[in-house]
Design a binder for this molecule. Structure first.
Ligand code: MN
Ligand code: MN
Length: 309
C-alpha cells in the first residue's frame, strides 16, 4: 500500500513537474529551444504565458478540478454512475465550468467549446467531431484513473464520460483509455521492460499511434502527443532523462511533459523524483496534489487498508 501511494503521488507530482517544466518552451520549435536554452532542464517559468517559476498551467489545474469533483461525489456517486445516473458527470462538467470562470492562465479551444456547450445546453457530450482530436481530454484524466484503480470497468466508463464532456473523437477516446491503462499498469508496479512490452502490443492493436520511426511531431493533436509520450517513455527508463528529452521536443511541451511525467513518475515513485524539480514546484500546487492523491486513493474501496497490490 505504501508503495502504491508512492507511485500514485509520483504520477501526479511528475505530471505537474512536466507541466511546469514544459510550459517554458510550449509552442517553440526544437531549434529555437536550442538557440535560447541549449538544453532546457530547469523549472524557470516564463514562456508564452509568462509564468512565475514553478507555476503550472491548464493541464494540472483542470486535473485538479476533475479530482475535486470526484472527491466531492465520493464512491456512491461512482456506483450510481455505473447504474446510469448522470449526477457525477454533471458535477464534473460543473467543475470544468467553475474552472473556466476562474480565468485559468490557458484554455484549449476544444475544451472551451465543450465547456460552453455544457454550460448553455447541459449536454454531456457533443456530436462526434473531426475537430475534437486534440489532447485536452487525455491530458486531465489522471484523477479518474486513481479513483477507479480497483475496477477496470469503472475506469473505462468514467474516463470516457469525463473526456466526452469536451472531446468527442475516436482517437481522443482511444488515447485516453490507452494511456490510462498504461498508468494503471505502472501503478501496479510494472517496470521499464514491462512498460515497453505493453506499449508495443498496444500500438500493434492501435496502429494510428505507431511511433517508430519517431516523426518528431509534438503538437496538441492527440496522435502527435501520444507518439511523443510513448517514444520518450520507452526510450528512457530514467525519469529526468525522459522528461528533458520530451520537453526539448517543444511544441505542446507542457502537455507532453506532463504525460511523460505522469507515466515515468508512476514507474519510479515520488520518492525518486528529482529533488531540484520538486523544490521548485509551487507549494500550493504541491499540497493540493498531495491531498488529492491521498483522498482519491482512499475512495477506491478495495484499496482501503488492503495489503495487496
Ligand atoms: Mn497547458
Ligand atoms: Mn499544452
Amino acid at each position: 500500500m505504501r508503495e502504491l501511494l508512492d507511485r500514485a503521488l509520483g504520477a501526479y507530482l511528475g505530471f505537474a513537474i512536466g507541466d511546469a517544466l514544459g510550459a517554458t518552451v510550449e509552442f517553440m520549435r526544437p531549434r529555437e529551444i536550442k538557440l535560447q536554452y541549449g538544453v532546457h532542464r530547469d523549472i524557470i517559468g516564463g514562456g508564452w504565458l509568462k509564468l512565475p517559476r514553478g507555476q503550472v498551467t491548464d493541464d494540472t489545474t483542470m486535473s485538479l478540478a476533475l479530482g475535486e469533483a470526484l472527491l466531492q461525489g465520493g464512491h456512491p456517486a461512482l456506483i450510481n454512475h455505473m447504474n446510469g445516473d448522470d449526477t457525477l458527470i454533471r458535477s464534473i462538467g460543473q467543475a470544468y465550468v467553475t474552472w473556466f470562470k476562474s480565468k485559468p492562465v490557458d484554455c484549449g479551444n476544444t475544451c472551451r467549446r465543450g465547456i460552453l456547450r455544457f454550460m448553455h445546453e447541459g449536454t454531456l457530450q457533443g456530436q462526434p467531431n473531426p475537430g475534437d482530436g486534440g489532447n485536452g481530454a487525455l491530458m486531465r484524466n489522471l484523477p479518474a484513473v486513481l479513483v477507479t484503480l480497483d475496477n477496470q470497468a469503472h475506469f473505462e466508463q468514467l474516463s470516457l464520460a469525463q473526456a466526452r464532456l469536451t472531446h468527442h473523437h475516436p482517437l481522443s477516446d482511444a488515447a485516453t483509455l490507452g494511456l490510462g491503462h498504461l498508468l494503471r499498469l505502472l501503478l501496479a508496479g510494472a517496470d521499464h521492460a514491462a512498460c515497453q512490452a505493453w506499449v508495443s502490443q498496444w500500438v500493434a492493436d492501435n496502429p494510428s499511434f505507431r511511433f517508430t520511426p519517431y516523426r518528431g511531431r509534438a503538437t496538441a493533436y492527440v496522435v502527435d502527443t501520444v507518439q511523443t509520450v510513448l517514444h520518450y517513455l520507452t526510450l528512457y527508463e530514467d525519469f529526468e532523462a525522459a522528461m528533458v528529452a520530451t520537453v526539448n521536443q517543444g511544441d505542446d511541451a507542457d502537455t507532453t511533459g506532463a504525460l511523460v511525467g505522469m507515466l515515468a513518475g508512476a514507474r519510479c515513485g515520488a520518492s525518486r523524483l528529482p529533488n531540484r524539480w520538486l523544490r521548485r514546484l509551487n507549494p500550493d500546487v504541491m499540497r493540493a496534489i498531495t491531498d488529492q492523491t491521498y483522498g482519491l486513493m482512499a475512495l477506491a474501496p478495495s484499496q482501503k487498508g488492503s495489503a495487496h497490490v
